[in-house]
Write a protein that binds this ligand. Structure first.
Ligand SMILES: [Cu+2]
Length: 398
């Protein structure tokens, strides 16, 4: 009885102490009002708690090479000065114009659509689509994938910044008005040309009918206006209708910024509940990707792809739109925050197999499994890419 009373008396102190005390109770949705959850205040507070936990943990493990202070900082796109944005898109254009690097002469006949170093990323994502989504390695594989791309921009294309991310919850009301897509030389390029008179589309996989977006055609201005997409689209499962999933299919980059998806899947409310209401990795990764719930068929991950529309909405070849890497920066940021809210339980938490929805059935993955990177890079050990301050990484999100 006495200890019960002490616990009650200490309760307000404990709540305060959760900031900065790693391993303490993670915040919950009930800690915030619906208004705080809807306007982003709650998510900012949650990010702050995760950041304090991260600092505390780093100090207490005597990391010498990579510290909180020397870690690379990935920033939200709109916080970058215009010149830095242009340095970034110039480097992307450089990767698009660079010859393939890892594809051998023996492999080339299997990848007729691979014409650039950039295409090697798209082909690798196509190749492993069914082994990197709704799998144990979804977060880790994409974390390493965007890291290799960031490294290429720096080492091959002279970029001296880091990968920006796109916090689409800031644009959820009207993504077509996002500063990312104003279409000038300092943006990520425009929306697609508006295509009128389109009807609603039914997506069989999700059993969802959605209205057309605000574009639909070719990106009309900005840094990627002359970019030719070479691979895909390939949205039928298992590529039954094409000779090769890597066929050469040159065409323009398309976008169809669509508020229907962002308003349904990518608001601060969606994001905050995804973050706070899933304490196990099995639930968290399913909710992020929209698996296992009637009312959340896309999740924040699928919502981000479909809010972009066009090239971004092809399950396999979506990395052909450079915005893919900013969206996955945000997904990686969200995973990082989730991990740091309860670092001892979540840092190395994985669940699942290496096949989409475990179809066909495959073995439970372990942290000793190797993740394949094909034309992008050498394979990496799963357990080496769980921590943004360990393995090949030293970065954090600000
Ligand atoms: Cu993917």
């Amino acid at each position: 009885m006495y200890s019960f009373i002490v616990a009650i008396l200490l309760a307000p102190i404990m709540v305060k102490a959760q900031v900065g005390v790693s391993g303490a109770q993670a915040p919950q949705s009930a800690d915030y009002s619906p208004a705080e959850i809807a306007n982003g205040t709650a998510f900012s507070n949650v990010s702050l708690i995760a950041n304090e936990n991260m600092q505390y943990n780093l100090v207490h493990r005597n990391s010498t090479n990579c510290t909180y202070y020397n870690a690379h900082r990935r920033r939200e796109w709109r916080t970058l000065p215009p010149a830095a944005r242009k340095c970034f898109t110039d480097a992307v254009t450089c990767l698009i114009s660079m010859a393939p690097m890892r594809m051998t002469a023996d492999e080339a006949p299997y990848y007729p659509g691979v014409r650039s170093r950039y295409d090697e990323y798209v082909a690798t994502h196509i190749n492993y689509t069914f082994n990197i989504h709704d799998t144990a390695n979804f977060f880790a594989w994409h974390r390493a994938f965007i890291h290799f791309w960031e490294q290429d921009l720096r080492t091959l294309c002279g970029y001296d910044g880091f990968l920006p991310y796109w916090d689409w919850s800031l644009d959820a009301a009207a993504p077509q008005n996002s500063p990312l897509f104003v279409g000038d030389a300092y943006s990520m390029g425009s929306n697609g040309v508006f295509v009128a008179n389109r009807s609603d589309t039914w997506l069989a996989a999700q059993n969802v009918t959605y209205p057309p977006g605000t574009g639909g055609g070719c990106v009309r201005s900005g840094p990627f206006v002359n970019y030719t997409v070479n691979l895909g689209p390939l949205d039928l499962p298992h590529a039954v209708n094409v000779q090769s999933p890597f066929r050469y299919n040159p065409r323009c980059l398309t976008r169809d910024l669509n508020p229907w998806f962002s308003q349904n899947y990518n608001t601060f409310t969606n994001l905050t509940h995804t973050m706070l209401d899933n304490i196990y990795i099995s639930d968290f990764q399913a909710t992020v990707q929209g698996y296992g719930s009637e009312s959340n068929r896309f999740g924040i991950h699928g919502g981000g792809h479909w809010m972009g529309g066009g090239s971004m909405s092809d399950f396999h070849s979506s990395p052909s739109d450079p915005v893919f890497f900013l969206h996955h920066g945000q997904i990686d940021r969200i995973w990082t925050i989730w991990q740091n809210l309860d670092i001892y339980r979540r840092q190395n938490a994985i669940y699942g197999t290496s096949t989409l929805g475990n179809e066909p059935p495959s073995a439970e993955m372990t942290l000793d499994d190797m993740l394949p990177f094909g034309l992008v890079a050498d394979d990496v050990r799963f357990g080496d890419v769980m921590d943004t301050f360990g393995g090949p990484f030293c970065y954090r999100y600000v």
